[in-house]
Design a protein around this ligand. Sequence first.
Ligand code: DHB
Length: 291
Amino acid sequence: MLEISIKNIKMKNPLMLASGILDLTKSSMERIKDAGAIVTKSIGIHARKGYENPTFFDAGVGILNAMGLPNPGIDEYIKEIDGIKVDVLIGSIFGEDDKEFGYLAKKIAPYINAIEMNMSCPHAKKFGMEYPTNEIDNAVKEAKKSKKPVFVKLGMENLIERAEKAVDGGADAIVAINTIKAMAIDIDVAMPVLSNKIGGYSGKAIKPIGVRCVYELASNFDLPIIGVGGITNARDVIEYMMAGATAVQIGTGIYYEGEGIFTKIKDELKKWLNKNGYDSIKDIIGLALKK
Ligand code: DHB
């Protein structure tokens, strides 16, 4: 009832663990048993320590974070995920040019089912959302040489323009959105809260922006869309899917609901589909696009 597929990848349900949460170690990823797929932490060529603390702030109406792409580098990370027991593993990678993306995709390919190219981290110099739009197609082409399906993760900024380039390069799916560039000031000391000053904003408040972005992508392109942003319950998942998403990712939702969120949403989804007379969750994909 909850099965979906993207390219040759079959998932038992449309719920994916979003990149950056509980995904640095094999054991934390293996613990998330009820997710249809797990996305790894974004991995680069070399080890990075990330920014100094504070890197995380609960802004009340959402979360701010700026970690700084901390990761052990591709060679160490491959040792971590070798032999991992999860149904579907998506390897998230970031690079500063097409050669780096090509190199990382080839290295991680034997260990994963698909690649997610991070082209939307909102604050890392050269990487993420600063990756030039007119070079996205070449980077995707390089990553595709790994022979694995390639998903491209984009933020809300210049979304359609960047998605067009990803599609030109041969992307197999678009993941949208990432966190949104934001900041908080500690008024008692008159300084930004995060050490990096600017961070990414996530949580319930960004859901309507994510839904709008997925709707626009699904209206403009004919490829699978994976929706991300502010999901905490089954109704949120249904909303994203009706807007055109084939699958969704959950990250900050774990902060609000705990690791059991995947089990909880999976059960709620089944109940809702039964109550509303749907045999398969696939039947709700894009329903709102037609009205
Ligand atoms: C980080 C934040 C992101 O939103 C992202 O896409 C990648 C990395 C970080 O701060 O590490």
